[in-house]
Design a protein around this ligand. Structure first.
Ligand code: KIV
Ligand code: ZN
Length: 449
């Protein structure tokens, strides 16, 4: 299957930083830009230079320091913005001026207070001005998905004629759906003369949770550039998430005949860098890079993953730069995962002893959300007297404190000691001596897994 290359336009430093709490200073933008460079994105939109002196400096600094990708800067369709964008960009090896103007009647009437005729003229003139500075000019028809289709074709025709090299069709308010968006892209390809000589770009917001699906539908319909952000940050509900787009194309290469030059192993490092900079946490269940994306708690799943990761993982954690899958010990976990974790902690048990540990583990896990290593070591101490094997230095990846706790195991065997979970919730104090009284029928089912 011949694969078409999709240009990845990253707007983490522009649309992304428009998320509440995500603004970045010059130093932070530079750090993120270097990570985006390592990630292999094609275009970095570094900022909106007219917005503030800080953003101007940030675009200038990124343009000077990051030399491989194209560096873009945003400008409204007016002279001061375009001149400011160019002033910030001119040190770049590959500069791009990105001009935008709203085209929907609702924006023209209430926000810009201009007619369609004025909009057409402003679009033409702004592209011509940007073109006088820079060959690479992108034009965005803001709120394209709520624009009258005939008028959208007229504006796109005007900017193509004026020399735009990329035409972006944003779903600014996250309103469209995949079939409709694909139809818009097909319509433009059919009706705009010369559009085959420019790159059609898509830019989707996630207000209905469809930004990634819409972007992929548009790519299938002929778009060749996708605008997106790390962790999906961006205005309101955010932008299409870069990591989801890239991995959808990679994992489902059987259905998507496209490829990007993104180095997927850099996805998690990029996400992590952004979180460190903005201090805005990623939701745990976020696809690809969330804390739980490769975590398995259910016993049936843990058992399957231990036998063969393909049973419940459609990509390897390594392929996206995540260090490893995580087996989370909780109330849905099975004996297979528990015994593996015990072994990793340096303990190996006879079948009957493991049964007893498992019985107590299930009762404990019913009361606390996650059974951490130190809980497990304490539980083992309380349960066993003779068969504990002392952990060795080779116990893989186990914190020294846990090994030390385990080493002390044989010294204290007070069976009535309270099992203190690190929480302010007093209800989480579980007496180990009472654990064995609580195991129920349900665990017979769990034993099989
Ligand atoms: O969402 C949008 O329309 C934008 C444009 C400036 C491209 O961010
Ligand atoms: Zn946007």
């Amino acid at each position: 299957m011949e694969r078409v290359r999709i240009t990845v336009f990253d707007t983490t430093l522009r649309d992304g930083e428009q998320s509440p709490g995500c603004s970045m200073n010059v130093h932070e933008k530079l750090r993120m830009a270097h990570q985006l460079d390592r990630l292999g994105v094609d275009v970095i939109e570094a900022g909106f230079p007219i917005a503030s002196d800080g953003d101007f400096e940030a675009v200038q600094a990124v343009a000077a320091a990051v030399r491989r990708p194209t560096i873009a800067a945003l400008a409204r369709a007016c002279t001061p913005d375009i001149e400011r964008a160019w002033a910030a960009l001119k040190g770049a090896v590959r500069p791009r001026i990105h001009v935008f103007l709203a085209t929907s009647d609702i924006h023209l009437k209430y926000k810009l207070r201009i007619t369609r005729e004025q909009c057409l003229q402003q679009a033409r003139e702004s592209v011509a001005l940007a073109k006088s500075f820079c060959d690479d000019v992108e034009f965005s028809t803001e709120d394209a998905t709520r624009t009258d289709p005939d008028f959208l074709c007229e504006v796109v025709q005007a900017v193509v004629d004026a020399g735009a090299t990329t035409v972006n069709i944003p779903d600014t308010v996250g309103y469209t759906i995949p079939s409709e968006y694909a139809q818009t892209i097909r319509m433009l390809r059919e009706r705009v003369k010369g559009i085959e000589n420019v790159t059609i770009s898509v830019h989707c917001h996630d207000d209905l949770g469809m930004a990634v699906a819409n972007s992929l539908a548009a790519i299938e319909a002929g778009a060749r550039q996708v605008e997106c952000t790390i962790n999906g940050i961006g205005e309101r509900a955010g932008n299409a998430s870069l990591e989801e787009l890239v991995m959808a194309m990679r994992v489902r290469a059987d259905r998507y005949a496209f490829h990007t030059d993104v180095v997927s192993e850099q996805l998690y490092p990029a996400s992590h860098t952004l979180t460190e900079i903005t201090e805005v946490p990623v939701q745990p269940n976020k696809a690809i890079i969330g804390r739980n994306a490769f975590a398995h708690e259910a016993g049936i799943h843990q058992d399957g993953v231990l036998k063969n990761p393909l049973t419940y993982e459609i990509m390897t954690p390594h392929s996206v730069g995540v260090p490893d899958s995580r087996l989370v010990l909780g109330k849905h976990s099975g004996r297979h995962a528990l015994s593996l974790r015990c072994e990793q902690l340096g303990f190996r048990f006879e079948r009957r002893e493991l049964d007893e540990i498992y019985r107590r583990f299930v009762v404990l896990a019913d009361r606390i959300k996650h059974v951490e290593d130190h809980h497990l070591v304490e539980l083992i101490q309380e349960t066993t007297t003779t068969t504990v094997q002392m952990p060795t230095a080779s116990a893989q990846g186990i914190p020294v404190a846990v090994i030390a706790a385990a080493a002390a195991a044989n010294t204290s065997h007070t069976t009535d000691r309270a099992f203190t979970v690190q929480s302010t919730d007093a209800r989480l104090e579980v007496s180990l001596s009472s654990l064995s009284e609580h195991h129920g029928d349900q665990e017979d089912y769990l034993w099989g897994v």
